[in-house]
Ligand binder design. Structure first.
Ligand code: PLP
Length: 395
């Protein structure tokens, strides 16, 4: 793991605040993910990467990494222009012009798959495909939230809850002349996206682990039943997608799943430390610099208030990575412009010294910076533009 002096030296000449990507750590994470994937393909969740150069780097490193899970239609079109193919847009798109553009790209041979979960989605695609004289590739999003001991454990996304719901939608697609069924997705957010090994929440973590074990069995059962029906009907799918970084170890066990999505595990934002089954390296982070010392052991930095999305909680704040032992103040947290840090450890901090943070969520870091400074062997060797650096703001 990188230590304070290593990152301080590497970033010494870089204007702060700045974001960085430590390639040695990224490499280790890619290796850990490849190993954990066993024989499954890994689709990269681009929302947790948000840099074309990083996507290229990961995809070119191993044939295990195949395809991108995009988060908006505009992003998929942008990535298609860069030459990426096999783009699955993981969330349904309603915007008519964007759908028309995708339809035309598919007509020209692009593999861009859109998500559907209801008849309304299907009818809209059919209407557009008819007018554009084209076709859509679609993926059906199955809800794999579960009821465990009377507790709803999952997210609110797809209305396709039962095997019957799924088969009804699938048959409707198969009978359509304007859309082609390309894949199936079931994202077990309650397993992949809920931390279960938080030292500050030991009792909660124990309960979550128990819920996850139970929920996991139900998810496997539902996916298997749906796949059996699909096979019986003679329907062939290009892919069956499941999981995320936090469920990789579970989702790969399922025979019916052909690929698992991973995004956050590459940068390893701090939310992903608090998972029982996955320990990764800190690859990405940001540095702010000390510009004021209001009193002994108190260092005030310029910037730092890069709070993550989701239910508002302490865990959405950036975490101080280095120097070890430095803490935020309760009153100010990370500030819009000024972030005070308490520190009374062995390192003598001075004006201009960096404080190194990790973002709570992987991709959102890139919305705050134009580039990632690429560190290898203790030196900056390159700069990779983020989506923001390319002037893009997809969502
Ligand atoms: C549909 C879907 N699949 C997979 C993921 C997993 O992404 P990550 O590995 O970044 O947690 C997400 C994250 O929200 C998602 O929405």
């Amino acid at each position: 793991m990188a230590h304070y002096d290593y990152l301080k030296q590497a970033l010494a000449r870089t204007k702060k605040p700045c974001a960085f990507l430590n390639m040695d750590a990224l490499q280790k994470n890619m290796e850990a993910i490849t190993k954990a994937a066993q024989n499954k393909k890994i689709r990269i969740a681009s929302k947790s990467i948000r840099s074309v150069d990083v996507l290229k780097h990961i995809l070119s490193s191993s044939p295990i990494f195949q395809g991108i899970m995009c988060f908006t239609a505009e992003e998929a079109i942008f990535l298609n222009e860069y030459g990426f193919n096999d783009l699955l847009i993981a969330y349904p798109i309603w915007d008519e012009q964007q759908l028309r553009d995708i339809c035309n790209l598919v007509k020209k041979g692009a593999t861009i798959t859109v998500m559907v979960d209801c008849i309304e989605h299907i009818e809209r695609l059919e209407m557009i495909a008819l007018e554009e004289n084209g076709k859509f590739l679609v993926c059906v999003d199955i809800d794999v939230s579960t009821n465990v001991y009377g507790l709803y454990f999952g997210v609110y996304r797809s209305p396709i809850k039962t095997v019957e719901d799924a088969i009804y939608i699938i048959q409707r697609i198969v009978n359509s002349s304007y859309i082609k069924l390309d894949g199936l997705m079931g994202y077990e957010a309650q397993i992949a996206g809920v931390k279960d090994d938080d030292p500050n929440e030991k009792i909660r973590s124990t309960i979550i682990r128990m819920l996850k074990r139970r929920s996991s069995k139900l998810v496997v059962k539902k996916r298997q039943q749906i796949m059996e029906q699909i096979k019986k009907a003679g329907i062939v799918l290009r892919f069956v997608n499941g999981g995320g970084t936090g469920s990789l170890h579970e989702t790969i066990k399922e025979a019916s799943v052909t690929e698992v999505t991973v995004g956050s595990g590459f940068y390893n934002s701090h939310l992903f430390d608090k998972y029982e089954h996955f320990k990764l390296e800190v690859a990405a982070g940001f540095a702010v610099e000390i510009t004021r010392i209001p009193k002994e052991n108190m260092y005030t930095c310029f910037g730092g208030g890069y709070v993550a999305s989701g239910a508002v909680n302490q865990d959405k704040l950036p975490e101080i990575f280095l120097p070890q032992g430095a803490t935020l103040t309760k009153n100010e947290g990370v500030g819009e412009v000024q972030t005070p840090i308490k520190y009374n450890g062995p390192i003598e901090l001075q004006h201009g010294d960096p404080i190194i943070f990790r973002h709570s969520k992987a991709g959102e870091l890139c919305e705050r910076f134009h580039e990632l400074h690429i560190i290898k062997n203790g030196k900056i060797i390159d700069e990779f533009l983020t989506y923001r650096g390319e002037g893009k703001c997809f969502l």
